[in-house]
Design a binder for this molecule. Sequence first.
Ligand code: RUB
Length: 307
Amino acid sequence: MKEVQETAEKIRTMEIRGAGRIAKAAAEAIRNYAAELEAASIEEFAARIREVSDYLISTRPTAVSLPNAVKLSSRYSSNNVEEARQEIINNANLFIERADKALGRIGKIGAGRVQDGDIIMTHCNSHAALSIITTAFEEGKNISVIATESRPRRQGLLTAKHLNGSGIPTTLIVDSAVRYYMKDVNKVIVGADAIAANGALVNKIGTSQLALAAHEARKSFMVAAETFKFSPSTILGIPIEIEERSVEEVVDPSVLAELPNLQVKNPAFDFTPAEYIDMIVTDIGIIPPAMAYIVIKEHLGWEFEEI
Ligand code: RUB
């Protein structure tokens, strides 16, 4: 349980962050918990796995990769504790292996849509988007990147450091400069925390501004997303919750203390409607947002009986 608590805390405090990494960390935590779990009966085993699953899922509400990873990893069919334990270990390992492979595939497939000379704008810090950008560069394409700062947590700096390490020319801009620079850009590539059944994207706050500006300037808007970023529960009309983080990420607590009448808001994500998205690069190929429902039905093992 100690490892589960540590992982949960790291996800909550964003020491582990980004939807893909959160998912893999949760799968690892479930796997290691199941491996050590002492249970006298399958009922006790089931109850403890459910408890830990719910606990991990509660750490961050928006990234659907987290419940998907937990659900896909913690599945078992046997009524025997040892067999159920082994099923969970195998499922979690399979999830982690597929997640790693998915990033490579997205990079390769997406790089096919990047042209020599492209200037690419990206937002926040997405490993899937970076996989496309670095693969295109490694293929010999002469590209450069405009990375947004991504206030308030400034994940854009992580992106800039990553790109700098790969030798890709990068310009860091403040979020409010997105529209100003859009004229210089050939395409926008962002990641995803969740994709709804109607093809809408949920990603770092400000993503929809990039999409609007790209639409206005007629620039291509690409989303890089593993299939486990698609949200099964949206088929049932359950909306994706937007995480509201502490206002102290935005304004220093000492300043806040002097402004008792001020309200500060800090939503961590926003929605980009499907109509602003040109393509979603997934590990099963490039799809239009309208195909989100099919991905959920065919690639996430979603069954209506589960309701
Ligand atoms: C991260 C974020 C990323 C997506 C995709 O938000 O919005 O764009 O999670 O990332 P936060 P990846 O920093 O709040 O977790 O492609 O790495 O899964």
